[in-house]
Ligand binder design. Structure first.
Ligand SMILES: [Zn+2]
Length: 381
C-alpha cells in the first residue's frame, strides 16, 4: 500500500504540474509577460515539493489551478486521494471549491456532490452526508451508488428501518447486497421491539428475517431470548444449540448462556451432548469447545476432562508452551489458560482484522456483517 500511494501521489503531482503548465501556456494572457517566465507561485510550489512539504505545495498548486474541463479530473483525483488518506478536511475543501463555481457543468456538479457526500461520510458528518446522498439519488446515473452509500449512513445511525427501506429500493434495481444483510436489519428491528417489550412484533420481524435467509443463527438466538422471557427454557436451549451448530463461532458467547439455561442439575447432561457433537466433528471443533469451556470457568467439569486432556496433548501451540501437558499438570495449565483468556481478545473480524473481547454481528471498524470469528490474541505488555 505505501508504494501504491506514493505512486499515486507521484502521478497526481505530475498531472498537476502538466495541468498548471497547460494553464500557464494556454492562458498566458492572465499572467502578462509570462510566456517566457514561470509564475512565482508555481516556483514556490515546486520549492515546497523539493523541500518535502507536499501539503503546502498542493495548496499552492490548487491556488493556481482553474476548475476548467482540462483540470477538473485532477481535482476529483486529488479529492479522492485525500479522502482515502483520511485527510477529509482537505478533500471537503477541494469539492466545496468545485461546487462554488457557477460555471461548473451539471455532470461535474453532480459528481462533486457525490464526492463531497463521501467526504462527509468518511469524516463522520452523517447528517450532512445523508442530505447530499439524498439529493444525488435523484440523478439517474449516480442513483445506485448514492443509495448504497445512504444505506451505509443509516447503518451507522442505527436507523434500521430506513436502512431496510433503502435495501428494498436497491433490490428493485437488482443492486442490493446479499439478503443476509436485510435479515440482519430485521433482527436489529426485532431487538428494538423486544427492548420495548413488544414480543409479538419481535417474533414477526424474526419470521421476516428467516424468510430472507435460512438457516439464520442470529434469528435463533433472538427467538431463544423471547422464549426465555416467556418461561420456555427448553425451547430456548434447543434454539441456542441449533444456532451454535450452525455458527460455531457463537459457542464462546453462548456457552455461559446455555449453562444458565440448563441449570446446575442439567449442566453435565448438556456438556456431554456438546462433547459428543464436537467429537463427531474435526479437532478444531473440539478445541473450540474446550477453549470456550475454559473461558467460561468450566475447566473442572467432568464430562469435559477427557476432551481437555486430548486438546492439551495434541495442540501444537499449547504443547510448545507447556511441554508436559500430562495429567498431574492439567489443573494448573487449565487455570493458566483461563487467566490468559480473561485478558485475551477473543474475536476478530475476518474482513479488516479488528479484534476485541466482544462479539459483534456488525463490525464496528469496517461495517461488514457476520464477519467475526473466534480467536485468542494474547498481548504481552
Ligand atoms: Zn471489520
Amino acid at each position: 500500500m505505501p508504494e501504491l500511494s506514493s505512486l499515486a501521489w507521484g502521478l497526481i503531482l505530475a498531472a498537476l504540474v502538466i495541468g498548471i503548465l497547460a494553464g500557464h501556456f494556454g492562458w498566458g494572457k492572465r499572467w502578462p509577460g509570462s510566456r517566457t517566465k514561470l509564475h512565482p507561485d508555481y516556483l514556490t510550489g515546486l520549492d515546497y515539493l523539493v523541500s518535502e512539504q507536499p501539503d503546502r505545495a498542493l495548496d499552492m498548486f490548487l491556488k493556481l489551478m482553474d476548475a476548467n474541463a482540462d483540470t477538473i479530473e485532477t481535482h476529483f483525483a486529488l479529492g479522492t486521494l485525500y479522502r482515502r488518506r483520511g485527510e477529509t478536511e482537505r478533500a471537503i475543501r477541494i469539492h466545496q471549491n468545485l461546487l462554488a463555481r457557477e460555471e461548473l457543468a451539471s455532470e461535474h456538479r453532480e459528481q462533486a456532490m457525490l464526492a463531497l457526500a463521501q467526504d462527509y461520510l468518511r469524516a463522520g458528518l452523517l447528517d450532512r452526508a445523508e442530505g447530499l446522498f439524498q439529493q444525488v439519488c435523484e440523478v439517474p446515473r449516480l442513483r445506485i451508488t448514492a443509495l448504497d452509500a445512504l444505506r451505509g449512513v443509516y447503518e451507522r445511525q442505527h436507523d434500521w428501518q430506513q436502512a431496510l427501506g433503502v435495501y428494498r429500493l436497491l433490490a428493485r434495481s437488482k443492486s442490493a447486497p446479499p439478503r443476509l444483510v436485510a435479515a440482519h436489519y430485521l433482527c436489529e428491528l426485532s431487538s428494538q421491539a423486544l427492548e420495548r417489550g413488544d414480543s409479538a412484533a419481535a417474533r414477526g420481524l424474526l419470521r421476516d428475517a428467516r424468510a430472507e435467509t435460512a438457516p439464520f443463527p442470529r434469528a435463533a438466538v433472538l427467538r431463544a431470548e423471547i422464549a426465555e422471557r416467556a418461561g420456555d427454557v427448553a425451547l430456548a436451549e434447543r434454539l441456542i444449540k441449533s444456532a451454535v451448530q450452525q455458527a460455531p463461532t457463537l459457542l464462546q458467547e453462548q456457552l455461559p448462556h446455555l449453562m444458565r439455561l440448563a441449570g446446575s442439575e442439567g449442566r453435565d447432561r448438556l456438556l456431554q451432548e456438546l462433547v459428543a457433537h464436537a467429537n463427531a466433528g474435526d479437532f478444531d471443533q473440539l478445541k473450540r469447545l474446550v477453549f470456550a469451556a475454559i473461558a467460561a470457568n468450566l475447566a473442572d467439569a467432568k464430562p469435559l476432562r477427557a476432551s481437555m486432556q486430548r486438546v492439551l496433548a495434541e495442540d501444537a501451540i499449547l504443547h510448545a508452551v507447556w511441554h508436559d501437558t500430562s495429567s498431574p499438570h492439567f489443573e494448573r495449565i487449565a487455570a493458566e489458560l483461563g487467566a490468559l483468556f480473561a485478558q485475551a481478545e477473543k474475536y476478530r473480524c475476518n474482513e479488516c482484522g479488528f479484534a476485541g473481547r466482544s462479539f459483534y454481528w456488525h463490525c464496528p471498524a469496517c461495517h461488514a456483517w457476520d464477519s467475526f470469528e473466534t480467536c485468542a490474541i494474547v498481548r504481552l505488555r
